[in-house]
Design a protein around this ligand. Structure first.
Ligand code: HEM
Length: 115
């Protein structure tokens, strides 16, 4: 069950990253906002289940990962709402892509390398 949720989290993360990179957050609004909400739920689950026996530095870096992820998710909701001008939206998209990339790298490191 725990591994299944982690894999689901990974699939959602890859989908959102592709949507951001391909500039499809607004056209795919229903899917991107649902994926963002599910990432928060599955992420909270991962946080509770993977805290036990966590390697050194886990809490500090996962805390930073969660803040980066929440930044990306907030930007996705704002882009999906579609009230920003093109310049502002492009800035939000780049910021979200940067935060999502870092959040994914920290998650991948702790899931696959550090333990
Ligand atoms: C843009 C949003 C997010 C992205 C791109 C993202 C990406 C990832 C990726 C790629 C992994 C590794 C999965 C694997 O190896 O199978 C991961 C793990 C994880 N994520 Fe996320 N995530 C996001 C949001 C969140 C949120 C909101 C939380 C917490 C509320 C969270 C908490 C975690 C935790 C605890 C792990 C497991 C770390 C470990 O194995 O020790 N993530 N994430």
């Amino acid at each position: 069950m725990n591994d299944a949720v982690l894999y689901f989290h990974l699939i959602l993360a890859i989908f959102l990253w592709i949507a951001l990179a391909a500039n499809k957050v607004r056209p795919w609004r229903a899917a991107t906002t649902s994926a963002a909400a599910l990432l928060v739920l599955t992420g909270a689950f991962n946080f509770m289940t993977r805290m036990k026996g966590a390697p050194a530095g886990w809490h500090a870096l996962i805390g930073i990962k969660i803040l980066l992820a929440l930044h990306a998710i907030a930007m996705i909701f704002l882009i999906a709402r579609g009230t920003a001008g093109p310049e502002k939206e492009a800035r939000w998209r780049k910021g979200a892509l940067g935060s999502a990339t870092l959040a994914a790298l920290i998650g991948l490191y702790y899931s696959n390398i550090a333990r």
